[in-house]
Design a protein around this ligand. Structure first.
Ligand code: F6R
Length: 634
């Protein structure tokens, strides 16, 4: 959600900002903008629509300047139009800011500033920040006279003293979340950045430094990346970066990491779309996530820093997550309850926080978030820890907010590599793989499975990547089914499953609706006759998850019920099940697995099904409308 890029160096800032923003397109946006420190003051260009607008502009206009800030906006406050696009400027056009997050008290601040003579041009919450800055910078004596850390820094004689002090003074007024970058024409060789609750990283280059919302935006320049701590600031110049904590004390040893994956990993690599590439990367992602997790007859999960005795004493597990990650959580519930015999509750994060959840020191809270930045999940973890629970995160993004010590007690990483397509695919199956490991770890600690049983399950888990490779070989069958008139032209569709098939049906429905814009609803198949069956007629495709398992026959009965109402039926079934072939309209076969491991294989055809339907409808599968990859607002 919203992408920020800032550059200070020797290259054309406009070009660097454009390519950085292009690498953040996956986050979702509806307008773009840049501000550059040019010899005759700030140069600002911004517009609604896609970044192609900026590319066209740069083809016709040379924009001078080697320092600048850029933004892609995902509208929250105010329409996605040219005026609301960032950067926002103060009344006189000397200060420019870009912002990701939401300022919750902006209405009061705007009224106060209006009374003091400030004029607002946009409907955004962001604009108050630049006017607050203007107010601070208009009175340097007041900044210097401040009795606290702001005054101390303003008096320090640092070349950036006034701007940095003004930013620190400004953010004291803000309630809510922000990642922001500030450019001031009086200090044209430096940017000041700050964050609280929204992601911001610093790319440390040679003679150039960058800030960005995510790593891909800086990878063309450097692999050395520092994650700005929550509440901290950074003063960025070409020759170096000064890290400051919220009290403006220097952070002398910022955490710097060397990014292991390359720019190519964040490129399409010959595939038509990131989504298709990422679907195909699932075997690799799964292998990487499972690697080293079962050695010497024991489940290896040292990241879960609880002792076996503590794990054995747990009375309850709570899983919180959103969207696709929530579906992974539903799969995990079955795994943990069956293998480790602990009651598990799964809740969407946005509800968890406000539900006064019954968690305490004997509760393990597992937060599942691919991006590690979903604000609802971050707040949920905070709530759980405040109530005394231990909270662990399952995430794919190293250094993301959920991995910070102030967020969770520990992190289990999926190793799926960067996921650029907005629709989660490889990270979903990698999450399920990681959650299998976690469930087995709990079972081992609690003695609810024998060592042999755990070894057998691991052996089967390790076969899953090969199974997915088999499914991918048959993607053309899925494609032709998806492209058939009954699916592509459907207005609505129903996905059915039972047991572990229910979350997979939910995930299949979510994939279809988010990328093809066809309405899709998922139901536990047995619930059909309690209402939704009224929707069924020949125009409604029904997709059933009918892999082998204890409820297979029940799913088949439910499928017959919809067929009796003329529905077109597509099923995912286990290889070797020939009898189903003649009973339904289309079958996507997946290799046989034991029931509890079937979710991973059953998901893949449904991802491809949604993908090919969306492509046939001409949809942008990588950047579906209205969606953002990283949801940093509540
Ligand atoms: C769907 C999708 C979203 C995310 C959700 C949570 O394809 O990607 O539903 O799963 O926004 O995101 P994370 O996992 O980053 O917390």
């Amino acid at each position: 959600m919203c992408g920020i890029v800032g550059y200070v160096g020797e290259q054309s800032a406009a070009d660097v900002l454009f390519s950085g923003l292009a690498r953040l397109e996956y986050r979702g946006y509806d307008s773009w903008g840049i501000a550059l420190a040019a010899p005759d003051g700030l140069q600002v260009r911004k517009k609604s629509g896609k970044l192609a607008g900026l590319r066209d502009l740069l083809a016709t206009e040379t924009l001078p300047g080697t320092v600048g800030i850029g933004h892609t906006r995902w509208a929250t406050h105010g329409r996605p139009d040219d005026v609301n696009a960032h950067p926002h400027l103060d009344c006189h056009g000397h200060i420019a800011i870009v912002h990701n997050g939401i300022i919750e008290n902006y209405v009061e601040l705007r009224e106060e500033l209006r009374r003091q003579g400030h004029t607002f041009v946009s409907q955004t919450d962001t604009e108050v920040i630049v006017h607050l800055l203007e107010r601070e910078l208009a009175d340097p004596d007041a900044l210097r006279a401040d009795g606290g850390y702001v005054g101390e820094y303003a008096r320090s004689g640092a070349p950036d003293a006034l701007l940095t002090a003004a930013v620190a003074a400004t953010i004291r007024h803000l309630d809510g979340a922000y990642a922001l970058a500030v450019l001031w024409d009086a200090l044209p060789d430096c940017l000041v950045a700050a964050r609280k609750g929204s992601p911001l990283i610093i790319g440390l280059g040679q003679g150039e430094n960058l800030i960005a919302s995510d790593i891909p935006a800086v990878l063309a320049h450097t692999r050395r990346v520092a994650i700005l701590n929550d509440g901290d600031l950074a003063v960025v110049r070409a020759g170096g970066v000064e890290f400051l904590d919220g009290g403006l004390t220097a952070v002398t040893e910022p955490e710097i990491m060397e990014v292991e994956w390359s720019l190519e990993a964040a490129e399409k690599g010959g595939y038509e779309d990131f989504m298709l590439k990422e679907i195909h990367e699932q075997p690799t992602a799964l292998r990487a996530t499972l690697q080293g997790r079962f050695e010497d007859g024991r489940v290896q999960l040292s990241e879960l820093t609880l002792s076996d005795a503590e794990l054995a004493a747990l009375e309850r597990v709570f899983i919180i997550a959103c969207g696709t990650s929530y579906h992974a959580g539903l799969v995990a519930k079955t795994l943990i309850e069956k293998w480790a015999r602990i009651p598990v509750e799964v809740q969407v994060s946005s509800e968890f926080r406000y539900s006064d959840p019954l968690v305490d020191a004997r509760t393990l809270v597992i937060a599942i978030t691919q991006s590690g930045e979903t604000i609802d999940t971050l707040f949920g973890v905070r709530e759980a820890r405040a109530k005394g629970a231990k909270a662990f995160a399952v995430t794919n993004v190293v250094g993301s907010s959920v991995t910070r010590p102030e967020a969770a007690d520990g992190v289990v990483y999926t190793h799926a590599g960067p996921e650029i397509g907005v629709a989660a695919t490889k990270t979903f199956t990698a999450q399920i793989a990681a959650l299998n490991v976690l469930a087995l770890k709990l079972a081992q600690a609690r003695g609810t499975l024998t060592a042999d049983e755990i070894a057998r399950i691991f052996a089967e888990l390790n076969e899953l990547p090969g199974h997915i490779e088999q499914i991918l070989l048959h993607q053309d069958d899925i494609r032709s089914c998806a492209e058939s008139g009954c699916c592509v032209n459907a207005c609505t569709s129903l996905f059915l499953g039972r047991g572990v098939g229910v979350p997979i049906a939910m995930e299949g429905a979510l994939k279809l609706k988010e990328i093809s814009y066809i309405h899709a609803e998922a139901y536990a198949a047995g619930e059909m006759k309690h209402g939704p069956i009224a929707l069924i007629d020949a125009s409604v495709p029904v997709v059933g998850v009918a892999t082998d398992g204890s409820t297979y026959e029940k799913v088949v009965s439910n499928i017959k019920e919809v067929q009796a109402r003329d529905a077109i039926v597509v099923v995912v079934a286990s290889e070797g099940n020939e009898s189903i072939r003649n009973r339904v309209d289309h079958v996507f076969y997946v290799p046989r697995t034991s029931e509890l491991l079937s979710p991973i294989v059953a998901t893949v055809p449904l991802q491809l099904f949604a993908y090919y339907i969306a492509k046939s409808r001409g949809c942008d599968v990588d950047q579906p409308r209205n969606l953002a990859k990283s949801v940093t607002v509540e």
